[in-house]
Write a protein of this length. Structure first.
Length: 195
């Protein structure tokens, strides 16, 4: 069907932004269980790189508090949540930003879809923390509630989490500090986002 949408041809290209920012643009998509450390690591990375890099954080709980508050946690709504975020991340990337996306993104099919939406410069970052460790941390008390049957479709409890079948970088967080884990991602960015 004809939708009468004609995208504007903006004069500034992604490359113009990249030259101005003096670093590559890209999307770093952090996948991992609830409590694995996605938000804590994104927080530290953004703070460390604040002066030298243009960084945007799109975080699960922020997005679900506003933009995507109409969505639930069924597989279908999680997929739609991630699709919208991938579209937003692409827009920021096209304006030369490094976009840190921290979303559980539990299924390989969903990770594949967001990679396809972003197309170029997509980096899957697996924040690898075992369910037992996440449950021990339980920073938001959600595992306790989920075990008590108070949260339906909770990832790792009654909703699946697949090990990523392809990621650009894996960060194992067990027995490490947030700082040390964040530094692994910072090193990756410093190496791969040079121009
Ligand atoms: N090495 C580590 N990396 C990240 N978080 C860690 C680490 N060790 C302990 N933690 C703790 O684990 C919790 C991770 O929570 P959070 O960042 O909110 O996870 P997520 O965003 O993945 O749900 C925090 O309480 C954090 O202090
Ligand atoms: Mg989080």
């Amino acid at each position: 069907m004809e939708n009468n949408i004609v995208q504007h041809n903006f004069d500034l290209s992604e490359n113009d932004y990249v030259k101005k920012h003096a670093h590559q643009s890209g999307v770093l998509w952090l996948t991992g269980l609830s409590g694995s450390g996605k938000s804590s690591i994104a927080n530290f990375v953004a703070k460390e790189l604040f002066e030298k890099y243009q960084i945007m954080i799109l975080d699960g709980d922020d997005v679900r508090s506003g933009l995507n508050k109409d969505l639930s946690f069924t597989d279908e709504d999680r997929t739609e949540n991630l699709r919208r975020v991938a579209e937003v991340a692409s827009l920021f990337r096209q304006k030369g930003m490094i976009v840190l996306c921290s979303f559980i993104s539990p299924l390989n099919e969903q990770r594949k879809k967001v990679r396809e939406i972003v197309k170029d410069k997509f980096h899957l970052v697996y924040i690898n923390t075992s369910l037992a460790e996440c449950e021990k941390r339980d920073p938001k008390g959600l595992y306790e509630k989920a075990r008590a049957g108070k949260i339906p479709n909770f990832t790792g409890i009654d909703s699946p989490f697949e090990e990523p079948n392809h990621s650009e970088i894996i960060i194992n967080t067990a027995n490490k500090s947030i700082e040390d884990c964040a530094k692994e991602l910072i090193n990756y960015i410093e190496k791969n986002f040079k121009i």
